[in-house]
Design a protein around this ligand. Sequence first.
Ligand code: AMP
Ligand code: MG
Length: 331
Amino acid sequence: MTRATATLLLLAALLLAITLLPPREPEGPLIRTRLLMGTVVEIRIEDTESARYDAAVTAAFAEMAAIERRMSPHLPQSEISRIAAATGTVGLSADTAEVLQLAHDVAEASNGAFDATLGQLIRLWGFAEGEPRLPTEEEIAAALAGDGASRLMIADGRVAKVVAPLAIDLGGIAKGYAIDRAVSVLAAAGVRHASVNAGGDMRLLGDRSGRPWRVGIRHPRKSGDILATLQLAGKAVVTSGDYERVFELDGVRYHHILDPRTGYPARGCQAVTVVADRAALADAVATAVFVLGPGKGLALLESMPDLEGVIVAADGNVSVTPGLRGVLEWP
Ligand code: AMP
Ligand code: MG
């Protein structure tokens, strides 16, 4: 073997050794999903060494599951079911008391458009049970007569029922609250860049490791299409849409967001997306704005600090609060 050949062989061996070194794993986000609150919840951690937050993600899911157990009207042991069954005063967890208080505040701010005491009416329409039906006018009138915020008083973390029966439904707010609690659990564990996404309703923790998060708003009539994209950090984005739970009868669409004044599905909007710091507030306000319709709905968004939103009216007209104008991207 000549010296030149030996050098060449050595070089080749070195090169081989270099190329055979395993490539450094590019560290990806930690993404986990779980079925909760009737939807797919995805938690995504974008911090470096995201895998070390696996236990925090498990704890965040557990927190959401605990909230569902407390607030579901369909689980016999939930606090909401206990309120429905009781007369007089019911002791509440701090979580449920907080949600009922926020529901009360948004009901006042929206002139009753958001109403967490519509349980009888909501059950009558059957959307949550997966068997929606068109009730008779008499049934609707009877359900409305049995509902109403004046039946509920909240004091010192307790609920005082004024009149029985009282069917509470937190379907318009509890998912947002659960998202907030999951984010709190992640933040307490040291996570700084994450998203908690429950079927399109979400809250972001920080930015996406140096970049803004890009959140697509679904087109309410062209399924699969994006209406607009938001570039955000550290905010909640929650949508109420008439396409989520819906049935059609004799050419009329009936959906799950009900107008407490009529007992029928609210007719002013196709979809409302609200951006706020907290998902619970965004959730309740999105439902309220949907019921109020585009005119009064936009006024409500503009009257409350730190609330922004996009409203798609029943005729397809889109209105946007001033604070979102630089943040929205149209396709
Ligand atoms: P969302 O998708 O957040 O708008 O919530 C819709 C759910 O909230 C429905 O499925 C009902 O459980 C409940 N809901 C319907 N109408 C109202 C209303 N006017 N106020 C409060 N909750 C409502
Ligand atoms: Mg809502």
